[in-house]
Design a protein around this ligand. Sequence first.
Ligand SMILES: Cc1ncc(COP(=O)(O)O)c(C=O)c1O
Length: 381
Amino acid sequence: MPRPAELADRLADLDARYRRRRRPRVDSPQGPHIVVDGRTYLTFASNDYLGLASDARLIDALADGARRFGAGSGSSHLLTGHLAAHDRFERHFADFVGREAALLFSSGYQANTGVVGALVGRGDTVFSDRLAHASLIDGCRLSGAEHVRFRHNDLDGLESRLAAHPGGARLIAVDAVYSMDGDLAPLADLLALAERYDAWLYVDDAHGFGVLGDGGRGSLAAAGLDSPNLVQLATFGKAAGLAGAAVAGTATVIDWLVNSARTAIFTTACPPSLAHALTVMLDVVGQADERRADLEARIVQLREGAAARGLALLPSRTAIQPFPCGDDAAALAAAARLRERGIWVPAIRPPTVPVGSARLRVSLSAAHSAADVEALLDGLS
Ligand SMILES: Cc1ncc(COP(=O)(O)O)c(C=O)c1O
């Protein structure tokens, strides 16, 4: 890590290696078009898969929630910050995803860093997929358990590692939809392994909730899975158009998390207006079949259009459609050329993805029109 005097050089070094990151300032609400530095771009950069981030029903619910429950929750959940709005959302969310109980977190990052450490610790083992999200990896590291990684979606590799670590509690940590590749985890097989080895299966469904399964109930509902060993996460900053996250499982697991997930305990409860809007969101998402059909149509259009133009795409069936570029400079140059044409697609580089696999990550939304996707295909060609 750099000392104070070394910081500027380290930043310059990041620049030289095409790794320096900057935050574009967006001067418009989220939607298919955003304004950056006074210019309007057609964007494929957000995870607003259903186009709900600027939805009037959710905006009204936030305002209504603030009027009814106040602006802030005032303290942590275990003191007096667990207001009726939080409680109601947790019950509705558990019903929505068909589990016994749920626990609300302020973000998916907090959920992942809190839940893993509440279920495994020193003397235990956590097994994570090599492409699991950074927040899940941080949760594994923070837990103090031995951290074993297995090749992406490699069930045999996972099983041999489970067999080689018989002592203590075991937890398998995976994404349901991989955030930079868009492919799916073999959830039924993973759950069968977890049950066979008496392990927890923790599934991060950040990119499946709202989009997959009947009524957008997520990847586990789509796969028809339920088990006492299964703990699942949904995040609400993506398809749900809001913010926050919730973990669902058996009532006993949730009670355990209330008592031991440090990122739920030592933090102020999220604003009650958010919890209220999240309850409204469950209705909105549940009734969004038309938006899910629109999104599916855009996915098919992009994949067929890319194939017709000979553009290489990773094999994803979800709203996340990555175009591999190889090295970091090539990915940055491709993103810059698209921006010149008024199209915003992020270049994803290491450490977010493995070295040598930089890519343009296209993220589609139900709010995109067929003409938007056509414009993207023209730009990519
Ligand atoms: C797979 C995955 N898990 C967790 C998170 C973190 O969720 P949040 O943005 O709510 O912190 C993200 C992205 O933000 C993600 O892509």
